[in-house]
Design a protein around this ligand. Sequence first.
Ligand code: HEC
Length: 144
Amino acid sequence: MRIPPIARRTLLAAALAAASASVVHGHGDVQPQPVDTKGLPALGPDLLAENPYRGNPKAVEIGYSGYTQNCARCHGLEVISGGLAPDLRRLETGSEGDAWFMERIQNGAMINGTYKMPPFRDALSQEAMWAIRSYIESRHVDEG
Ligand code: HEC
C-alpha cells in the first residue's frame, strides 16, 4: 500500500517528536511530576529571590509531596541522601540557601555535557519550587 505524502509527513513528524523527546529525557530519566499547590498564595510570574513560604506548614506539606515525587530518587527519601547526590539537609538556611536552591532547581546540574540533575524550570511552578524548598529547610541539620 502506498502511503499518501501528507500522511508520510505526519508520520515523520511524529517519529521525530518521539526521537527528540527520548533525547531530552534520555537514559531512563523519570518525567517531572506536576505539584498541586492549591492552598498557597499565588506568586505571579516574576521569580522571587527569597522563599515567601518559609515556615508555612501548608508549604512544607505540599513540598514534602513534591520532593518525594521529583527529588527523592536522587537526593533520598526524607532528604537523607544515600550518596547519589548531595544531602540537602545541609543546604544553607535562609536567603543564601534560597539563591543556590533556585539556581539548581531551575537549571539543574550539567556536568561534562550531561545533566546529573535535570532542570525543573519548565516542569514546576515557582509556587511548587518554594514549597519544596520549605520542606527541605524543615529537614535542615547542621554539619556533623
Ligand atoms: C537525576 C538525579 C537528580 C534529581 C532527580 C534531582 N537532583 Fe538535585 N542534584 C543532583 C546531583 C547529582 C547534584 C550535584 C551536582 C553537582 O555535583 O554540582 C544535585 C545538586 C542539587 C542541589 C545543590 C546541592 C549542593 O549542596 O550544592 C540542590 C539544591 C538540588 N540538587 C535540589 C534538587 C531538588 C529540589 C530536586 C527535585 C525538584 C532535585 N535536586 C532533583 C541530582 C538530582
